[in-house]
Ligand binder design. Structure first.
Ligand SMILES: *Cc1c(COP(=O)(O)O)cnc(C)c1O
Length: 328
């Protein structure tokens, strides 16, 4: 089986130390009172670039051989992966090309270009953008760094799991936002590697949960991509998935799905009770507790995975909008 080991994640942690932030973890009084068990928040939205994806991107670039580093890297992205890769490449003085569809909002595009990456707008979907990445690999020798289904990416994201176990050795349950599964696969391998009895729960949105549909089908399937407040959780897992489907199937104990209003309530709770700004994808752990879909029975951690939400959308949600339509 193609998997990522605890040893690979420990090696990644040594490799990326000094390039990424070790993020804080704090007890949440408001959530602990509601849940009747201690709930801690891992503040990964405070990572450089505003999301955890810098960890995997940095690990992937540091493990490339010198000749590949000299030629540069490319990726498709809807936001956080492109931003993480652009930052990591710039820090290492490497060429980076981020290929995006016309649908990616201007603010995300500007943030990536500001980091020195070449931004190419290709077609109307991620698949069309991938054609340009494939061409760059073929004709210019760039290395494609995908957002989740690569061992070095999974190992890099898994370093969050090591930090969680070190901060709270008596942990019982970890709540992790789930899309392509690089994040949860790495965290599950790290946490269960050190604490085999721990429970790992993945949380996605009802609108287009590709990993959940694939688990139910017994293999990778495509789902329709729908607009959601948890935009960073959109997209498929790849029909040619190599790592994350198997790792999620064997290491993740449960997958929970949330509606848009539940995600909005999570964003509001994190804002009013914790005084933190997070994006929809990052609020799902808190939202699952508030919705009663996860019931903590012992020390529980909710991972806040990113904060890259458009601030006008955030303001409308804080003012009561419960969906993208209501926020318009
Ligand atoms: C990418 C992303 C996720 C999901 O990570 P996967 O590895 O695709 O499962 C969760 N939260 C945020 C903020 C992200 O950018």
């Amino acid at each position: 089986m193609t998997t990522v080991t605890l040893a690979e994640i420990e090696a990644a942690a040594d490799r990326i130390a000094g390039h990424v932030r070790r993020t804080d973890m704090d007890l949440s009084t408001s959530l602990s009172e509601r849940a009747g068990a201690p709930v801690h928040l891992k503040h990964e939205h405070r990572q450089i670039t505003g999301a955890f994806k810098l960890r995997g991107a940095t690990n992937a670039l540091l493990t490339l051989p010198d000749d590949a580093r000299a030629r540069g890297v490319a990726c498709t992205s809807t936001g956080n992966h492109g931003r993480g890769l652009a930052h990591a490449a710039s820090a290492l003085g490497m060429r980076c090309v981020v290929c995006m569809s016309k649908l990616v909002p201007q603010n995300k595009l500007d943030a990536i270009a500001a980091l020195g990456a070449e931004v190419r707008i290709i077609g109307k979907s991620q698949d069309e953008a991938q054609i340009e990445v494939d061409r760059l690999v073929e004709e210019e020798g760039l290395t494609d760094i995908p957002p989740f289904d690569r061992a070095e990416i999974i190992a890099g994201q898994g370093t969050i799991g090591l930090e969680i176990v070190e901060a709270l050795p008596e942990l019982e349950t970890v709540l992790v936002p789930l899309s392509g599964g690089g994040l949860i696969a790495g965290i599950a391998a790290a946490v269960k590697g050190r604490r085999p009895q721990a429970r790992i729960i993945g949380i996605s949105m009802e609108r287009g949960a590709a990993m959940k549909a694939s688990l139910d089908a017994g293999g990778p399937v495509e789902v329709e991509e729908l607009a959601t407040l948890a935009d960073s959780l959109g997209g498929g897992i790849g029909l040619d998935n190599r790592y994350t489907f198997e790792m999620v199937r064997t290491l993740v104990d449960e997958v929970v799905l949330l509606g848009e209003a539940e995600i909005a309530a999570g964003i509001r709770h994190v804002y009013f009770e914790e005084r933190e700004v997070v994006e929809g994808a990052a609020a799902v752990g808190v939202a699952a507790i508030l919705a009663g879909k996860v019931k903590p029975t012992g020390p529980t951690i909710a991972l806040l995975s990113g904060r890259n939400i458009a601030m006008d959308l955030h303001r409308r949600i804080v003012n009561g909008a419960n969906s993208l339509e209501e926020a318009r």
